[in-house]
Design a binder for this molecule. Structure first.
Ligand code: CTP
Ligand code: MG
Length: 226
């Protein structure tokens, strides 16, 4: 089968603050998304890497992407939510019905190519598909509106969903068309009554969300180069 990556990069990064969307903030001299794309480009089984930008994106064009030539396809059809950005791009992927789509957040710049290979190997014969995830380390509390704990959620069996999330194009299209109020692709697939498979990954594949996350990402990437 064929494997294609889809990178939603049309968000505004409101939790990061500032005017530049977080995918374009500097990380070791390159924009955050450059590191993300480099990790995906290292996976030779990915035939193409599709990027979804906002129609108003004014940052992408100011960088040199020639390193990724031939594999990178840019779509300026981002939507109001991540799920919408992904759904808008799916019809443009031009892949056959049996192809696998690996949706990966632009903001997960510390992805390792080997984790993607592990994901593909684990799921390529799966009926449903699935996602990278890491076991929850902290004790989880549910809070009331006033900030008081009303419940301790047993952490046993709890995982933090990461990306890539790998599903067949046809299923992904059907799931997102029926269930658009989701925060990840797996959520839409689950809403169809299917059970995506978790593939264990490590916490270094975290999502850059808050300002302090940039220093952590820089540290992780630098340590790998050493
Ligand atoms: N994303 C997108 N289209 C949107 C919203 C998000 O393509 N309408 C992308 C982001 O660019 C990011 C990924 O989805 O790469 C994960 O979303 P998130 O971390 O929530 O990014 P933002 O929505 O940009 O950040 P925030 O929620 O803090 O505003
Ligand atoms: Mg968001």
């Amino acid at each position: 089968s064929a494997f294609v990556a889809l990178v939603p990069a049309a968000g505004s990064g409101s939790r990061m603050g500032g005017t530049t969307p977080k995918q374009y903030l500097d990380l070791l001299g390159k924009p955050v998304i450059w590191h993300t794309l480099r990790a995906l480009a290292a996976v030779s089984r990915l035939q193409a890497i599709h990027v979804v930008l906002s129609a108003e994106d004014e940052w992408w064009a100011s960088y040199d992407w020639s390193l990724f030539d031939g594999r990178l396809v840019v779509h300026r059809c981002g939507g109001a939510t991540r799920a919408e950005s992904v759904a808008n791009a799916l019809p443009h992927l031009g892949a056959a019905g049996t192809d696998w789509i690996l949706v990966h957040d632009a903001a997960r710049a510390c992805l390792r190519g080997e984790q993607v290979d592990t994901l593909i190997d684990a799921l390529r014969d799966d009926e449903v598909g699935g996602l990278l995830a890491a076991p929850v380390a902290d004790t989880m509390k549910r809070a009331q509106a006033d900030g008081r704990v009303c419940e301790t959620v047993p952490r046993d069996g709890l995982w933090q969903a990461q990306t890539p999330q790998m599903f067949r194009l046809e299923l992904l299209q059907r799931a997102l068309a029926a269930h658009s109020a989701v925060t990840d692709e797996a959520g839409a697939v689950e809403a169809l009554g299917l059970l995506p498979r978790l593939v264990a990954a490590d916490a270094t594949n975290f999502k850059i969300t808050y300002p302090q996350d940039l220093a952590l990402a820089a540290q992780i990437l630098r340590a790998r180069e050493a």
